[in-house]
Design a protein around this ligand. Structure first.
Ligand code: AMP
Length: 289
């Protein structure tokens, strides 16, 4: 497995690979890899000839009070996890190469970035759109694999790729969970042993939501149930949102009962912010009872 730090070298490498008629699978990450990331690598391996995984903790998607500095970084450990899964290249650029001082171009996706995490992390999706566009331009035409764990991010990237005619096929993969149902996340490492069991309240509440949805419970009842279920375990609830799974817009009061609905949650335990979601009427419940 090759590790490339230089942007031009990465660009050239990918161009040569395509020249030889090979398809590139690309998995963008911020490192601190877990099984959720590795399942994306498996998918890229399955559908493509060569797999590139980027590891880059992108400064432009973190707010000033967020965890950019303390975000876990361990390239050697990540490389050890990637090699047995068949990744061919790790792309690990430096922040100063990605964002030279005179870099002033940003990308702003409207509408679908307004609710959910967009409302609580100002500028976050501008940073995501910026780095993903840059990475797609460096890697070039490819299949890029993302997780549905970051559901809003996936919709933003799909929108941006279509709107800017980027030659990239976007694949979204299911959320990978711990055996008890907690969605895997690099940020789970911040949870203390006392906090870890409390975090499970989200997966439990989302599982209840599936049962309520199959009994056609009022959408407001589902939201209220989740609110009550989280209030004791979490210190702050950023949002609990039921929305159209494609537009991320809330359902109008007079709409028919939907056949599918996104329910997305962000909540904090101490300094740790966790997000999770499920699409009612589509996904399997997070916990199999
Ligand atoms: P990150 O390194 O957290 O920016 O995530 C990189 C990619 O991994 C994104 O496409 C995430 O949606 C995806 N990802 C993170 N956690 C999970 C998970 N538990 N299951 C599936 N995909 C995930």
């Amino acid at each position: 497995m090759k590790i490339i730090h230089d942007i031009t070298e990465m660009q050239q490498f990918c161009a040569d690979v395509r020249q030889r008629g090979k398809k590139i699978g690309f998995v963008p990450t911020m490192g601190a890899l877990h099984e959720g990331h590795l399942k994306l690598v498996d998918e890229a391996r399955r559908c493509c000839d060569l797999v590139v995984v980027s590891i880059f903790v992108n400064p432009t998607q973190f707010g000033p009070q967020e965890d950019f500095e303390k975000y876990p970084r361990n390239l050697d450990a990540d490389a050890e996890k990637l090699a047995p899964r068949g990744a061919d290249v790790i792309f690990n650029p430096s922040a100063s190469d990605m964002y030279p001082k005179n870099c002033v171009t940003t990308i702003h996706v409207v509408s679908i970035t307004e609710g959910l995490c967009g409302a609580h992390r100002p500028g976050h999706f501008d940073g995501v759109a910026q780095v993903v566009t840059k990475l797609f331009n460096i890697i070039g035409p490819c299949t890029a694999v993302f997780g549905r764990k970051d559901y809003q991010q996936l919709q933003v990237i799909k929108r941006l790729t279509t709107d800017l005619n980027l030659p990239v096929k976007i694949v979204g993969m299911p959320t990978v969970r711990e055996p008890d149902g907690l969605a895997m996340s690099s940020r789970n490492a911040y949870l203390s042993p006392d906090e870890r069991p409390r975090a499970l309240a989200i997966a439990r509440a989302l599982t209840d939501a599936h049962a309520l949805f199959s009994n056609s419970a009022e959408l407001a009842t589902i939201e209220n149930h989740i609110q009550k279920a989280l209030i004791h375990s979490f210190d702050t609830i950023d949002y609990i949102t039921l929305a159209d799974a494609d537009s991320l817009a809330p359902f109008p009061a007079d709409s028919d009962y939907p056949s599918r609905a996104l329910i997305a949650v962000a909540a904090r335990i101490g300094g740790t912010r966790l997000i999770d979601n499920t699409v009612l009427g589509e996904d399997a419940p997070p916990i199999q009872r």
